[in-house]
Design a protein around this ligand. Structure first.
Ligand code: BES
Ligand code: ZN
Ligand code: ZN
Length: 510
């Protein structure tokens, strides 16, 4: 979709103007008023006298002079929040698609909300991303209808001030939206058609297109590294596991990188602890964390961010078979720590253990992992926010803020050492499932923490020399709650793209 800057509404050739009107607001004061004749304005005013503006109601009007206009109602301006501004942006695109309007014009000033104190170019960026997200639909396996897919082709955005910076914001926001949609495309791909090698292929393709290096470790490479976690979970599948390493090193030579680790389970059957019917549905999206980190790096490369970023994806298919790992197995991970498998369905944390250990090779200044890790995170938060775990309050606060700015919402849960008791192993160092029924998102995070907090137990000599190094900053995002879109998101069914907008913005400024 084209998103361009509009300097004068009267030159928006063929575009249908979209006016966001708050309850009690007058169209005469809108920046698009000059687009309409006095007759048109009178007609529209009469229309809204009969049908008052209501929050959430959108109308397509045909004016006496033969023009079309869309009016999207919102609550009183004083109640209009940034959250609402973001969803209104998506709502407008969803409406235009439904009405088969191909080109719309909007005023950026309509999206300014109570409590939004950022600059106009920043607003342009996050709004452009919303437009892209709402225009996406996964159509790969559907027959194209004769009249084509219902997509908006162009959005012209009017801004009174800072035209250059606003245009730049729109350009950046479009890139973030496109890469988020590319992540959704990958995530939505059926499990039968995307196995670990396919996920690795997607990373290689992105690396070639946008200029970052991608290395794919095979089973024998992983054996040499002692990655018993990835190998153990991957053993039951006919499709061998892969370990994807992406390096985007455009920062200063001596700058420590940020390492991202994404869960890449291309299908999670649960393994021998097979999932029930409702649980197994949509488990082709259990590689969403992996798809996210691939497209986060792609977005950063396209935005030419001058940072050192590494992204790792342990990719496996979790299958029951004669070869699969069993409950009761004890796996030796790359860190040297052993994992006692209590439940083969808690596989994400097992593969991430090796991913987090591998991350330490880079002497990172921060490690960020992204995973559709637990159903318990959904129990805790519903479908509106990803669960956020962070080793320091400053990071936690910053991520919450960026969540609010981008609409990629996160909410914190604790990382307290008291929870460590719940994942102590009997026959191994750590158990992959908690003995306590409650707090599953937290105990999963505490499990991962065991592989981040120190490198003292290690079979790798090079790391053995760094046991007393400073504590690394760590962020864990359990994106299971936001794996798929939900009611009122104004997003297509399927993957919601969680963590891409959040982390692209975070890493750009970190
Ligand atoms: N991939 C699932 C978590 C999940 C569930 C993601 C629903 C998205 C939607 C994960 O591997 C899993 O199965 N977790 C178990 C852990 C349990 C066995 C300790 C869970 O959450 O039930
Ligand atoms: Zn599972
Ligand atoms: Zn899983």
């Amino acid at each position: 979709m084209e998103i361009n800057l509009l300097k004068d509404i009267r030159t928006a050739n063929g575009a249908v103007p979209v006016i966001i009107l708050a309850e009690g607001e007058d169209l005469k004061n809108h920046s698009f008023a000059s687009f309409f004749s006095t007759d048109d304005l009178r007609y529209i005013a009469a229309f809204f006298k009969k049908t008052p503006v209501r929050d959430g109601h959108t109308h397509l009007l045909f004016t006496p002079s033969g023009r079309e206009a869309v009016v999207a109602g919102i609550q009183k301006r004083t109640q209009f929040s940034h959250r609402k501004a973001l969803s209104t942006a998506r709502r407008i695109v969803a409406f235009a698609r439904r009405e088969r309007i191909k080109h719309i014009a909007v005023s950026l000033h309509d999206f300014v909300s109570r409590g939004f104190d950022s600059r106009l170019p920043d607003l342009a960026e996050v709004i452009a991303t919303q437009f892209e997200l709402a225009n996406f639909e996964y159509t790969e396996y559907r027959t194209k209808p004769a009249e084509g897919w219902q997509h908006v082709h162009a959005i012209s955005v009017y801004a009174k001030r800072a035209p250059k910076a606003v245009a730049e914001g729109l350009r950046r926001g479009k890139i973030v939206g496109e890469e988020t949609n590319a992540m959704r495309e990958l995530s939505n791909t059926p499990g039968g058609d995307l196995v670990p090698a396919g996920l690795a292929g997607a990373a290689v393709k992105a690396g070639k297109a946008f200029g970052f290096s991608v290395k794919v470790l095979s089973v024998s490479d992983m054996e040499k590294l002692g990655m018993g976690g990835v190998l153990g979970v991957g053993r039951g599948s006919d499709h061998p596991p892969k370990f994807i390493v992406m390096e985007y090193l455009k920062g200063k030579k001596n700058e420590q990188p940020v390492v991202l680790v994404g869960k890449g389970v291309t299908f999670d059957t649960g393994g021998l602890n097979l999932k029930p019917e409702q649980g197994i549905y949509e488990m082709h999206m259990d590689m969403s964390g992996g798809a996210s980190v691939i497209h986060i790096v792609a977005a950063l490369a396209r935005l030419k961010v001058k940072k050192n970023i590494v992204a790792l994806v342990p990719a496996v298919e979790n299958m029951p078979s004669g070869r699969s790992y069993h409950p009761g197995d004890v796996l030796r991970t790359m860190s040297g720590k052993t994992i006692e498998i209590l439940n083969t369905d808690a596989e994400g944390r097992v593969i991430l253990a090796d991913g987090l250990t591998y991350a330490k090779r880079y002497n990172p200044r921060a490690i960020i992992d992204v995973a559709t890790l637990t159903g318990a995170a959904m129990v805790a938060l519903g479908a509106r926010a990803s669960a956020l775990f962070a080793t320091d309050l400053k990071l936690e606060r910053r991520l919450r803020e960026i969540g609010e700015e981008t609409g990629d919402f996160v909410w914190p849960l604790p990382l307290w050492e008291e929870y460590e008791q719940d994942i102590k192993g009997t026959f191994g160092d750590v158990a992959n499932s908690s003995k306590v029924r409650y707090g599953g998102a937290i105990t999963a995070a505490m499990f991962l923490w065991q592989f981040v907090k120190d490198s003292s137990v290690t079979s790798d000599k090079r790391q053995g020399t760094r046991t007393n190094q400073q504590q690394v900053s760590w962020i864990h995002l359990d994106i299971a709650p936001r794996m798929t879109s939900t009611e009122g998101d104004y997003l297509a069914k399927g993957s919601a793209g969680a963590s891409v907008p959040l982390l692209v913005r975070f890493l750009t400024g970190f």
